[in-house]
Write a protein that binds this ligand. Structure first.
Ligand code: AMP
Ligand code: ZN
Ligand code: FE
Ligand code: FE
Length: 285
């Protein structure tokens, strides 16, 4: 006879998820419904440069029984390269929203510049077509990519990036960037923890050490783009520098396997450790 299981069933979360508040395909409410369908206990909504979807997601979460952690994904510069930082467990969403307005304005100006670059290369896509894809969301290259697909200028998103939009391609436009230390401070000012998103192969000892010196709180060890080596190295570095870990699917509304919502199977304990860490930025600030 098999004895009854002593441990409670494993509970999973996903701490890196996008919605239509930025470049995801689904509205915040629909993201939460998908999280419930996937059996997740919690998600962190981490849209690019906005917390605009958090409130709607929270309300849906209360109905659906899914906890919604207030988050954001920021782009920042580290040694001349763009990195992404997740702000998680944001306590004062209003405070950070004020600071993010500038980045969203920059994103509009950049989208216009990308459209001009495409026009100059003979691709007559319009800003109106891009706006149609972005809706109320913070503008991103995926919106331009979708407008290119809709106009028949490329056959899919991958081609849009490979041919035009990726770094080094003819319509690539950089966006103004915060310094990583300033981005980390912004997250702390909002009472959250700052996590280096999908460091991949760049996440080596010297880089993590420097960011830890700038009070980085954690590293995203589990991400669909990471190799087994990345996971192990980042886990060991987190340990070494006393950082928390994080993980998520970076879901944008589609994807299978590890790229599906909840597909990285992040245990709930990860959230508990992040919360403890967040406490240090809550007092006195
Ligand atoms: P942005 O914030 O405007 O620079 O756009 C970044 C987003 O574009 C990422 O979150 C991805 O969703 C998407 N992205 C970046 N590079 C690629 C690529 N090579 N192929 C497809 N999507 C990409
Ligand atoms: Zn994105
Ligand atoms: Fe990212
Ligand atoms: Fe992301």
């Amino acid at each position: 006879m098999t004895p009854p299981a002593a441990a409670s069933p494993a509970v999973f979360v996903d701490l890196h998820v996008h919605s239509t508040a930025s470049d995801g395909a689904l509205a915040p409410e629909a993201v939460v419904a998908a999280a419930r369908a996937a059996g997740l206990a919690a998600i962190a909504l981490t849209d690019h440069d906005t917390c605009g979807g958090v409130e709607a997601a929270r309300l849906a979460g209360e109905r659906e029984g899914v906890e919604v952690i207030a988050g954001v994904e920021l782009s920042a510069m580290r040694d001349g390269k763009e990195i992404h930082l997740l702000g998680l467990h944001l306590h004062r969403v209003d405070a950070i929203e004020g600071a993010l307005v500038r980045f969203r304005d920059d994103r509009v100006a950049r989208a216009e510049e990308i459209v001009r670059a495409l026009n100059a290369k003979g691709v007559p896509v319009t800003m109106d077509a891009v706006r149609l894809e972005a809706g109320e969301g913070a503008f991103g290259r995926p919106h331009v990519a979708r407008a290119l697909v809709a106009g028949g200028w490329v056959s899919d998103l991958r081609e849009a990036f490979d041919r035009w939009l990726a770094f080094g391609r003819p319509a690539y436009v950089a966006k103004p960037q915060l310094d990583a230390a300033d981005a980390i401070r912004l997250v702390h000012d909002a009472g959250g923890v700052a996590v280096w998103a999908h460091p991949g192969g760049e996440g080596r000892r010297d880089a993590v050490e420097k960011l830890a010196a700038a009070e980085l709180d954690g590293v995203e060890t589990l991400h669909p783009s990471h190799t087994q080596d990345d996971r192990q190295r980042l886990g060991a570095l987190a340990d070494h520098y006393g950082l928390v870990t994080s993980g998520g699917s970076d879901w944008h509304g589609h994807g299978e396997g590890p790229r599906a919502l909840g597909g990285m199977r992040i245990p709930l304990e990860v959230v508990t450790r992040q919360r403890e860490r967040a406490e240090r930025w809550r007092n006195g600030a």
